[in-house]
Design a protein around this ligand. Structure first.
Ligand code: FES
Length: 164
């Protein structure tokens, strides 16, 4: 006697076929279920990604919009420089005897922050050794544009920096 006859019953061709269909159905079911899960996951991930992208886009669009900054005139003494954030970027408000000026402190070369050097009466950009004069005009270095002046409006005892 062989071992085969003891361990496995002899199957007819129909039973063999049934068994094969049974597994095929289940694997097909499993495959469908798997693919459904994959596509659902992709859908959820994709929706989340698009949502995050939209939020990111809105955030950058919002950042592009310059909101005016209001200061009290009393807080800007004559001869002083007040640092502010305008459009999420450093800027300064300068009050002289004659006028009030607001100026971006973002270098027009590659966007580093310039420093006011009181002793030298100039702005200095440490990134590429650029120098701007007291009016923000380029003296030396790679920038081709002056520092950006920002509109200032005095309304009674308030100073508004930016477009109203
Ligand atoms: S970023 Fe200011 S000189 Fe280059």
């Amino acid at each position: 006697m062989s071992n085969d006859s003891k361990t496995e019953p002899i199957k007819t061709e129909d039973e063999s076929q049934k068994t094969s269909n049974y597994f095929d159905d289940h694997s097909l079911y499993g495959r469908r279920r798997f693919l459904k899960g994959v596509f659902t996951g992709i859908g959820i991930f994709g929706t989340g990604f698009l949502g995050a992208s939209s939020i990111s886009f809105l955030s950058s669009a919002e950042a592009m919009e310059s909101k005016p900054v209001e200061l009290s005139l009393a807080n800007i003494p004559v001869g002083e420089r007040i640092k502010i954030l305008y459009n999420n970027q450093p800027a300064e408000v300068i009050r002289t005897e004659k006028e009030i000026i607001a100026r971006s402190l973002v270098c027009t070369h590659l966007g580093c922050i310039v420093m006011w050097e009181k002793d030298n009466n100039r702005y200095y950009c440490p990134c590429h050794d650029a120098i701007f004069d007291a009016n923000g005009k380029v003296v030396s270095g790679p920038p081709s544009m002056p520092l950006e002046n920002i509109k200032v409006t005095v309304k009674g005892s308030s100073v508004v920096v930016g477009n109203i």
